[in-house]
Design a protein around this ligand. Structure first.
Ligand code: NAD
Length: 487
């Protein structure tokens, strides 16, 4: 069994917090061992990143670009291996893992293209003054990543952080550390100087908290649950760290009665069940106009039953297992609670107990019909393949329903009426909204949340703001006295 060490100052070293196992969610058997960092290891990683920052920020722009291009090529050369690891560790269908690693490389390429376009401005102000701004890297960035898209979300953060000249400490989630630790080797081979990229593992509650409170860390870029984000804001406040947060969601999917019916059914299937519903932008609340409600629900149910659930390594698998036993139990208990509170179970609502999948964390795609917005399954992020369905009558009503959430990450509407599409997209309080298709995360377009879904925008040039400081430089060229008191 492979044993993965933590990565500090360009070396793979023993973690002093112990050794743990990585579990394959397909059968709950161990697939690798990994070292856990201690607080002393975090101190070392911060020290190494501080030294790394001094080097990397002073590299010429062209040198930085060439090294990041090396990394992009190495990731491309290792795509199959990385995808295999991601599927074994997270339970993603292999076709999805390949797509996500490609998407991760596309994000890196996007920011490589930005390295030599990080510019300041000249700003006219008072007579006799000449002013301009420059952008500088922030320093040491802690990149804290969840388990649902381990490598892809690492690259959403690492790419702009390095493009802007920062050094980093990456902390993957404890269930899914493997792809980040594989990436460490590629960073080394690419020629990223020692100390610029460090990767530590460990529980969020101890090692994560210690990292985000550390005096030597300047910036935190976090993706994960809203309650963890709130905790991190508190921990970061003592040292006034820069913080950006990508948090949870409970996104709406609205089907009007004039929508292209087949597209709306197919797109709605993808919007909830991709990655077994373990997506922050999963459209987990489905609102369907009453005129087409019965027909839509029956077509949606028919397609839901056809989803191919099987071993993630099979080429034609569409849905794999949930990431862990613990997570499966959490998804199921929310479904049970929702049913207790009055939700009608249309399909699913249980673990797959048959055949070769019985030892894994497979959960049937689940449809719950709701008539109350007070139901726990309407309010809470379930983070599994569970959709709640509700009929609606009017545009005003469905806008109200869609906005009735503490979250504001994404949304989708299906309609052929352009005027309505504009009215509804304007009225919905989310960071992304799609019309007549389900895809939200596209390199170049800002991605992030309104309300309790977080703040800051990744995946776009906006992330340059998240990973740089802006300095105003002010020159005086007039002959006026420098001290207005005239002393
Ligand atoms: P989580 O909040 O439990 O953990 C995320 C990461 O934070 C892990 O690496 C964890 O170890 C670490 N962590 C936990 N407590 C910490 C603390 N006190 N200090 C520092 N680090 C700590 O989230 P998860 O269960 O891994 O991921 C699922 C969540 O992520 C869902 O809520 C989902 O919506 C959200 N998510 C959001 C986006 C987005 O872009 N908005 C994308 C993917 C996932």
């Amino acid at each position: 069994m492979n044993e993965y060490k933590i990565f500090i100052n360009g070396n793979f070293v023993d973690g002093r917090g112990g050794i743990s196992e990585v579990i394959n969610p397909h059968d709950n058997k161990p697939i690798a061992k990994y070292h856990i960092a201690s607080k002393e290891d975090v101190d070392l990683a911060v020290k190494s990143a501080r030294e790394g920052f001094k080097k990397w920020r002073n590299f010429s722009i062209n040198r930085r670009i060439r090294i990041l291009q090396n990394l992009s090529k190495l990731m491309q050369d290792n795509l199959d291996k990385l995808a295999q690891i991601e599927s074994l560790n997270v339970g993603k269908p292999i076709s999805a893992s390949k797509g996500e690693i490609s998407a991760a490389i596309a994000v890196l390429d996007f920011y490589i293209g930005a390295v030599n376009k990080i510019m300041g401005e000249t700003i006219p102000t008072l007579p006799g003054l000449f002013n301009y701004t420059i952008r500088e890297p922030i320093g040491v960035c802690a990149l804290i990543v969840p388990w649902n898209y381990p490598l892809m979300l690492t690259m959403w953060k690492l790419s702009p952080a390095l493009a802007c000249g920062n050094s980093v400490i990456i902390k993957p989630a404890s269930w899914t550390p493997l792809s980040a630790l594989e990436l460490a080797q590629l960073c080394k081979e690419a020629g990223i100087p020692d100390g610029v990229v460090n990767i530590i593992t460990g529980p969020g509650s101890s090692i994560g908290s210690y990292l985000v409170s550390h005096e030597g860390v300047d910036k935190i870029s976090f993706t994960g649950e809203t309650k963890t984000g709130a905790e991190i804001m508190k921990l970061a406040s003592d040292t006034i760290k820069r913080v950006s947060l990508e948090l949870g969601g409970k996104s709406a999917n609205i089907v009007f009665d004039d929508a292209d019916f087949d597209d709306a059914v197919n797109g709605s299937i993808w919007a909830i069940y991709y990655n077994s519903g373990q997506s922050c932008e999963a459209r987990s609340r489905l609102f369907v106009h009453k005129n087409i409600y019965d027909k839509f629900l029956s077509a949606f149910l028919k397609k839901t039953k056809k989803i191919k659930i099987s071993n993630p390594l099979n080429k034609d698998t569409q849905m794999g297992p949930l990431v862990s036993k613990v997570h499966l139990a959490s998804v199921h208990s929310l479904v049970e609670k929702g049913i207790e509170e009055g939700a009608k179970l249309i399909y699913g609502g249980k673990k797959v107990e048959e055949g070769e999948l019985k030892d894994g964390n497979y959960y049937y795609p689940t449809i719950l019909e709701l008539h109350s917005t007070e139901n726990v399954c309407f309010k809470e992020e379930i983070f599994g393949p569970v959709v709640v369905v509700m009929p609606f009558e009017s545009e005003e009503e469905v806008i109200k329903l869609a906005n009735d959430s503490k979250y504001g990450l994404a949304g989708t509407i299906w309609t052929r009426d352009v005027k309505r599409a504009i009215r509804v997209t304007n009225a919905i309080r989310t960071g992304s909204i799609t019309v007549n298709h389900p895809l939200t995360a596209i390199p170049g377009l800002p991605f992030g949340g309104y309300k309790q879904s977080g703040f800051g925008r990744e995946l776009s040039l906006d992330a340059i703001d998240l990973f740089t400081e802006k300095k105003s430089v002010i020159y005086k060229f007039s002959e006026d006295p420098v001290n207005p008191w005239g002393l």
